[in-house]
Design a protein around this ligand. Structure first.
Ligand SMILES: *[C@@H]1O[C@H](CO)[C@@H](O)[C@H](O)[C@H]1NC(C)=O
Ligand SMILES: *[C@@H]1O[C@H](CO)[C@@H](O)[C@H](O)[C@H]1NC(C)=O
Ligand SMILES: *[C@@H]1O[C@H](CO)[C@@H](O)[C@H](O)[C@H]1NC(C)=O
Ligand SMILES: *[C@@H]1O[C@H](CO)[C@@H](O)[C@H](O)[C@H]1NC(C)=O
Ligand SMILES: *[C@@H]1O[C@H](CO)[C@@H](O)[C@H](O)[C@H]1NC(C)=O
Ligand SMILES: CC(=O)N[C@H]1CO[C@H](CO)[C@@H](O)[C@@H]1O
Ligand SMILES: [Ca+2]
Ligand SMILES: [Ca+2]
Length: 566
């Protein structure tokens, strides 16, 4: 009896420890995730295309940035119609990047440096070169229903099954003579959609997760394009959108109520989460999944799970509110965007902040290069995960790509340059040499930007107050006690709507970030004394300096301030 009592107490205590452990933040909750676009990161063999050995060579640079994890855009076998988002073998590496042995080495070398590795997972579609699709074309019993097939209207090959359109091209349907049917593709026609209502497909794609997370000990996946996973089975036409300005060739022409964010798409993500949790249970560190949904916030949040956490999905769903910043965006706009997200995110979930990726113009180009430090610091100061697209740490701008040099199939010379995603994908600028230290070959897959002379890693490493060293200092601050401070408050100031203040505090400390996003000087009406922890590049103040209010901010100045209460 007495023994049993002790035993229960022990279990009880273990549960308490677990409660504490759960409140303590897991690695990914305070992580900074560095997105590597492998094609443009570092070319090790001179063929003009970045590769895995190139990434291994630069792991010390990444470690030195102070980030926690790298996320690699797709490196799998692919004919590269959509820069690797068209995968012909989910379990192998494309030879342009290396092979499985080199990948293993990359994971080991990253882990040796305390860096986690996150892979892109692209489940919505395969490449049309994938064995499953090739077999499906031949009518294979096993694979014919892995994809979504339908007859043309009235059996005609000239009339697709319905009016659905794809993100990149017009009709989402492509005719196949062998089967005398159409197949669905929500992106390029080279990317046939898998049928996620088929249980065999669901199992196959879970096995792919096991392969990388368990067998290769990868730390997590970023799940691509989750809103597109499932479509309405009855293939009902979609209605015309409420946006009268969109023309027939725009993706916005239709309101995608039957091809995006279907309830089953959320269920698939929840299923993956429990599968990933079951893998984590066997491991020493949590395996994670992050979902990508470039849709309205109301549809993004449920990919995390439901409000009370009884259903869990992605560890976080990418927060894209800041992706749309423009040179005209004011502090009031930024504040509204932050509020729109934080107000809707249930408090049980971890927030995340993203300024750029391989689908959007670089932050310096879209929001103004004078505002790079302010925005980078903001994205790292707000609570939760910071996601950084490679090159944003040095404030790279879009490259110059002429139409004939472009490769992105989401665009062509008619629509160029408006839709092309090539500009934000040009090679990373390591130094000012001919190919920017990216490659020692004779050409590169996209041209190196001429701005390599004024913006490159080598120069910025030497300059203590460069974008790069500001970014590194920011990572140090993030690793300190900031992560333990749950609260966040923010407000705008200044007559021209360009001042933004964000405060995170507990009983011992107040961290305050004050930003001037405009060109006129602004004054913060405070009478307190602070230590300056970090500033923007052109600020006249020194890191470590003590200042007392009122504080005048020069144009585009950002100050991260600390006040110790005791
Ligand atoms: C580029 O570097 C690779 C790897 O060090 C080397 O094998 C190759 O010969 C170099 N090419 C040139 C043109 O220097
Ligand atoms: C299909 O056939 C029906 C009945 O014959 C006809 O009313 C309809 O217009 C046809 N649709 C198309 C797209 O040809
Ligand atoms: C088709 O299915 C969707 C749900 O998947 C439903 O909302 C819609 O009403 C259905 N359309 C028709 C015409 O039955
Ligand atoms: C359509 O375009 C006009 C002219 O550019 C603009 O004033 C209007 O706000 C646009 N409407 C919508 C719904 O975007
Ligand atoms: C180029 O894109 C435009 C707009 O998306 C489209 O109308 C046109 O057919 C495309 N041209 C070619 C040659 O693909
Ligand atoms: C931000 C992002 O990852 N976008 C990708 C969404 O999915 C399509 C199709 O796989 C890609 O082309 C985009 O790059
Ligand atoms: Ca290469
Ligand atoms: Ca789909």
């Amino acid at each position: 009896m007495y023994k049993l009592y002790i035993y229960l107490v022990a279990i009880f205590l273990i549960n308490i420890v677990n409660v504490y452990a759960a409140e303590e933040k897991d690695w990914w909750q305070t992580a900074t995730i560095y997105q590597i676009y492998p094609k443009s990161f570092k070319d090790s063999d001179g063929d003009g295309i970045g590769d895995l050995k190139g990434i291994i060579e630069k792991l010390d640079y990444i470690k030195d940035l102070g980030v926690s994890a790298i996320w690699l855009s797709p490196i799998y076998k692919s004919p590269q119609y959509d820069a690797g988002y068209d995968i012909s073998d989910f379990r192998d590496i494309d030879p342009i990047y290396g092979n499985l042995e080199i990948f293993k080495e990359l994971v080991t070398e990253a882990h040796n440096r305390g860096l986690k590795v996150v892979l892109d997972y692209v489940p919505n579609h395969t490449s049309d070169q994938h064995e499953w699709f090739q077999e499906a074309l031949k009518g294979s019993e096993t694979y014919k229903d892995y994809f979504i097939w339908a007859d043309g209207k009235n059996g005609s090959k000239n009339d697709p099954p319905n009016n659905w359109i794809s993100v990149f091209t017009h009709s989402a349907w492509e005719w196949v003579e062998e089967r005398k049917q159409f197949y669905l593709h929500q992106f390029l026609k080279q990317q046939p959609d898998l049928d996620f209502l088929n249980p065999n497909v669901r199992q196959e794609m879970k096995d792919v997760l096991t392969y990388w997370l368990d067998t290769y000990d990868v730390d997590g996946v970023r799940i691509d394009a989750v809103p597109h996973l499932v479509e309405a089975k009855n293939l009902t036409d979609e209605p015309r959108t409420y946006d009268p300005n969109s023309s027939e060739i725009d993706y916005n022409y239709l309101d995608h109520i039957f091809t995006r964010n279907q309830p089953e798409s959320y269920d698939v993500v929840y299923e993956w989460r429990s599968h990933i949790d079951s893998i984590s249970a066997k491991k020493t560190s949590t395996k994670v999944c992050f979902s990508e949904a470039a849709v309205d916030i109301d549809y993004v949040i449920p990919y995390y799970g439901n409000a009370d956490g009884s259903k869990l999905g992605a560890h976080f769903s990418f927060n894209f509110v800041l992706l749309g910043l423009t040179p005209e965006s004011t502090a009031v706009d930024v504040s509204n965007l932050i509020g729109a997200w934080l107000d809707k995110l249930p408090s049980i979930y971890t927030s995340n902040w993203v300024l750029g990726n391989h689908d959007n113009h670089r932050i310096a180009t879209k929001a103004g290069k004078e505002r790079v430090d302010a925005l980078n610091i903001l994205a790292g100061f707000l609570p939760g995960v910071q996601v950084t697209y490679n090159g944003e740490e040095i404030g790279m701008e879009d490259g110059e790509v002429k139409c004939e040099q472009g490769v992105d199939m989401a665009s062509n010379c008619t629509s160029y340059p408006y839709l092309s995603r090539d500009f934000e994908r040009t090679p990373l600028q390591w130094d000012s040499s001919e190919f920017a230290g990216f490659s020692n070959g004779t050409s590169t897959w996209l041209p190196v930007s001429v701005k390599k002379a004024e913006c490159n890693i080598a120069d910025q490493l030497k300059d203590p107050k460069s974008h790069l060293n500001i970014y590194k200092k920011l990572q140090e601050v993030r690793k300190g006690d900031l992560a333990d401070i749950i609260s966040v408050e923010y407000s705008t100031f200044g007559d021209d709507e360009m001042g933004l203040a964000v405060v995170r505090q507990n009983s011992a400390k107040i961290y305050a970030l004050v930003l001037n996003l405009g060109s006129n000087s602004l004054t913060v009406k405070t009478w307190e004394t602070f230590e300056v922890i970090l500033t923007s590049k052109d600020s006249q103040r020194n890191w470590g300096e003590i200042i007392s209010g009122p504080i005048t901010l020069q144009s585009y100045e950002a100050l991260l301030l600390l006040q110790q209460n005791v």
